[in-house]
Design a protein around this ligand. Structure first.
Ligand SMILES: [Cu+2]
Ligand SMILES: [Zn+2]
Length: 198
């Protein structure tokens, strides 16, 4: 009886090992294929790039929702957010310090992500800016807005706390970031929220 169960167990272990190998082989093949395809297109994504995509959910009784895609490619991070259900006009968008969208007003995400302990401001300003200070974008008459943002000052999951955006949140505001008011640009209610989780 014992012998039989040992035989079955070792079969099971063998089965596991060969499954793992198959998965690995598949991954490698896929990487090669994707890279070959990208050589012939303008597409930025190759299999070794880090990519996150997630939803923005309405907060503060708004209808603002959307999709965020973040890709790290050769040392640069490409951030794209597509948002709908906005009021027409200018809205602020930031990274806030905690990936916690649990509260109805989005305040569970804390203040702006500011790992370099500077003052709030316009991205690139000599007077300082938070690493979460993405800025403003426009929503059209139908309430749709898109923002594209690229930087080499972020990373996805690199573990450097002065660069790593994993564990932070994306917040869209009802109002405009004035780039002056401290500590957050007086951008009003937090109307949409997404947690950046790997
Ligand atoms: Cu904000
Ligand atoms: Zn800020």
């Amino acid at each position: 009886m014992k012998k039989v169960s040992i035989a079955i167990m070792s079969l099971a272990v063998l089965g596991l090992v060969s499954c793992k190998d198959e998965v690995k082989e598949k991954e490698v093949t896929e990487e090669v294929v994707v890279e070959e395809v990208t050589k012939n297109t303008t597409e930025k994504v190759v299999a070794k790039d880090k990519k996150l995509s997630f939803e923005l959910y309405p907060k503060s009784d708004s209808e603002a929702k959307g999709k965020v895609v973040i890709i790290e490619h050769e040392g640069k991070v490409y951030f794209t957010a597509e948002i709908e259900g906005l009021s027409e006009g200018t809205h602020a968008i930031h990274l806030h310090e905690k990936a916690d969208c649990s509260s109805d007003d989005g305040k569970s995400t804390g203040g702006h992500w500011n790992p370099t302990f500077t003052s709030h401001g316009k991205w690139g300003s000599e007077d300082g800016y938070h690493l979460g200070d993405i800025g403003n974008f426009e929503a059209n008459a139908r309430g749709n807005g898109v923002i594209d943002f690229t930087t080499d000052q972020w990373c996805i999951g690199c573990g450097d706390e002065k660069k790593d955006i994993v564990g932070k949140a994306v917040i869209v505001h009802q109002g405009v970031d004035d780039f002056v008011s401290q500590p957050s640009g007086a951008a009003g209610a937090r109307i949409s929220c997404a947690a950046i989780i790997q």
